[in-house]
Design a protein around this ligand. Structure first.
Ligand SMILES: C[S@@+](CC[C@H](N)C(=O)[O-])C[C@H]1O[C@@H](n2cnc3c(N)ncnc32)[C@H](O)[C@@H]1O
Length: 163
């Protein structure tokens, strides 16, 4: 879920010795990622991507909340298969305050979205960036994206990772 490849590009600048591979479901993002750094970039659905290669490090940033709640656990279960025995995985995803029902989930999403919007406005950004921050709030509250809480996500990791 490498997106347009900015993170891999930044890593390549610091560590040009690393061999990088990026996978994303979006053809446009993969084409853009190819302009960011040398590496292998491929269009795949991360939920079904099969590769024999095993990696020292697997990064998954801001990706899991793009998967419906019912698919997140099965995706997390697949991650260790991509790792060498000494490898490790870095997963970063925006998290909501924990909630116990749909109304609370919406309220948690509104809280995170409001904080994100405030932080965005503080940078005095152009209108399209404000619109993007509002879109995120809308998508999260309406359930078009699937951010969740650490408390709900952690049990999906525990059986599959040793740390
Ligand atoms: C918010 S972006 C994060 C991009 C990048 N990882 C970053 O941190 O900047 C989420 C990315 O997940 C990708 N994505 C969503 N569902 C996917 C799937 N099933 N398989 C692969 N990529 C997916 C989207 O195309 C998008 O590029």
């Amino acid at each position: 879920m490498c997106g347009p490849g900015y993170l891999l590009g930044a890593i390549a600048q610091q560590r040009p010795d690393l061999k990088l591979r990026g996978v994303d479901i979006s053809e446009d993002f993969i084409e853009h990622a190819k302009t960011q750094c040398l590496g292998t970039f491929e269009v795949h659905d991360a939920r079904t991507w099969n590769t024999k290669e095993q990696f020292d490090v697997v990064l998954c940033t801001a990706g899991i909340h793009h998967l419906p709640y019912g698919q997140q656990s099965a995706f997390i279960e697949r991650l260790p298969r991509l790792l060498k025995p000494t490898g490790f995985c870095i997963v970063a995803d925006p998290l909501l305050p924990d909630y116990s029902n749909e109304l609370e989930r919406k309220q948690s999403a509104a809280k995170l979205g409001y904080e994100y919007l405030q932080a965005t406005l503080a940078t005095d950004p152009p209108a399209e960036i404000v619109t993007a921050a509002l879109d995120i709030l809308y998508d999260d509250v309406q359930g078009d994206e699937w951010k969740t809480s650490l408390e709900k996500l952690l049990p999906s990791y525990k059986p599959h990772f040793n740390k």
